[in-house]
Design a protein around this ligand. Sequence first.
Ligand SMILES: Nc1ncnc2c1ncn2[C@@H]1O[C@H](COP(=O)(O)OP(=O)(O)OP(=O)(O)O)[C@@H](O)[C@H]1O
Ligand SMILES: [Mg+2]
Length: 222
Amino acid sequence: MLKVSHLQKSFLSGSHRNDVLKDVNLEIHDGEMVAIMGRSGSGKSTLLNILAGLEQADCGNYYFGSTDVLALNVVHAANFRKHNIGYIIQNSVLIHGKNVFNNIALPLKYSKHSKSQIKQKVSFVLAALHISNIGYSPVEVLSGGETQRVAIARAIVQEPKVIIADEPTGSVDEETEDDILKLFRMLNEQGKTIIIVTHNQKVADICDRTFYMKNGSCNLIT
Ligand SMILES: Nc1ncnc2c1ncn2[C@@H]1O[C@H](COP(=O)(O)OP(=O)(O)OP(=O)(O)O)[C@@H](O)[C@H]1O
Ligand SMILES: [Mg+2]
């Protein structure tokens, strides 16, 4: 369902050209859970940004089902994201001045869910991530691990078809890591496609397949 071919992306810094993605080819099927690993700076977040429709590639193809994502303009790309993708960005930032509940509720408000639907959906993800106790805390006071879980809750509350997570267990203890992985597994069993960038072999071990990014390409290792 997600097919990337010959994807290229470079960044210019001064006169230097950094060829981050040189020839990325990737096929991820409906309902799969895959891990993407690779050294720091190998282009993992850059690739996820493109998969989420947040960043343009220089050339290549990216089809999401029959949608030619790279051909979408900014407005259509935003709509594509809203309807299909839950993206947990690396080092996610929450919206200050709003409590945990309202941060998670935000995407549901944008998509015009009723108050009772919002309450039910937000309560469910809070419970699944074991953070119901901080539902009404201001986000400014949360620990790193709590912030991470709220960011995950916000990305999955709309039940998107595809969940893209950039180091979702980067700043959490082992127990929290287990909670997060259990939740991803449950979502996957419900049919969600999940793409996780991770440095953690334990995370990769619960995925169906693992890709490794190196020298601008992304290859299957298991
Ligand atoms: N907007 C940008 N402008 C210029 N260079 C960028 C930009 N985004 C990323 N890069 C460069 O592209 C390379 C890949 O970055 P990326 O964030 O994709 O790596 P990564 O594999 O996610 O690393 P990490 O594991 O540390 O998160 C890095 O050298 C980075 O400096
Ligand atoms: Mg990264």
